[in-house]
Design a protein around this ligand. Structure first.
Ligand code: GLP
Length: 242
């Protein structure tokens, strides 16, 4: 595992955007796995600036979703599909036809999960998966004690994650769905390159467990230690317990 410590969130965004730009330069039809949350926003902003400056051509890039709330209509402003359309696809000039994600409103959620794993494989697999990290060490929505071999499936959110995410629902935890679909840890590990970005002191414990702790399901992100090409990009605050 490669650990890169940057001075601040903006520098992390620039560094990861450069990696994405290089990948797309080599492989214009790259399948990029993207994460929601506030941490990757500087990446999308920095990459969007490169697209607008004509430095990166995203006309053939494809985007894959990491996780989704169950039961939120796709057009709900906080469904991850809507969030990614707004924060990633639009600034990068990528159309929804190049987007793939699980159906959080499917009647048969398990079938939708299996269909998504199959679709990712049929698309040739994810070239680079960008990950954030929850304060409890979750990646995607794989909460602590998720199997390290898990596939895309339905999960129940912990109280902590619902509290953390209430800020996107007018601060009202009652509006945060209880269930989600997430790529499994085993699914995530199939991406060719994993890039986990963490910024701020609130992530310091989770980053220390990820990088220096044992590979263990209590810290799902520690599974990155098993991947042959994993990069952890952290600012000084998030690295403060390393
Ligand atoms: C959610 C997402 C994760 C994300 C995490 C951290 O739980 N499912 O993919 O990594 O939030 O979010 P933030 O970057 O806002 O701290």
């Amino acid at each position: 595992m490669e650990v890169v410590i940057v001075p601040d969130a903006a520098a992390g965004g620039e560094l990861v955007a450069n990696a994405l730009a290089r990948l797309v330069g080599h492989k214009p039809e790259a399948l990029l796995g993207v994460a929601t949350g506030s941490t990757p926003l500087p990446v999308y902003q920095a990459l969007g600036a490169k697209v607008r400056a004509g430095e990166v051509d995203t006309s053939r890039v494809r985007i894959a979703q990491l996780d989704e709330y169950v039961g939120l209509p796709a057009e709900h402003p906080e469904s991850y599909r809507s969030v990614l359309a707004r924060e990633v696809l639009k600034p990068l000039g990528i159309g929804m036809d190049a987007f793939m994600g699980p159906d959080g409103t499917a009647e048969d959620v398990q079938a939708a999960c299996e269909a998504y794993d199959a679709a990712l494989a049929a698309a040739g697999g994810v070239d680079l998966q960008l990950l954030g990290i929850g304060t409890d060490g979750h990646i995607g929505f794989n909460e602590p004690c998720s199997s390290l071999a898990s596939r895309t499936r339905i999960k129940t959110l912990t109280e902590q994650t619902r509290v953390d995410n209430a800020r996107f629902f007018d601060g009202d935890i009652a509006q945060v769905p209880h269930h989600v679909i997430t790529q499994g840890i085993g699914t995530i590990l199939e991406a060719r390159h994993l890039v986990l970005l963490a910024t701020g002191e609130g992530k310091a414990d989770a980053v220390a467990a990820t990088v220096e702790g044992p590979v263990a399901a209590v810290c799902p992100a520690s599974a990155l230690q098993l991947h042959p090409h994993a990069t952890v990009v952290v600012d000084e605050a998030a690295a403060s317990k390393l």
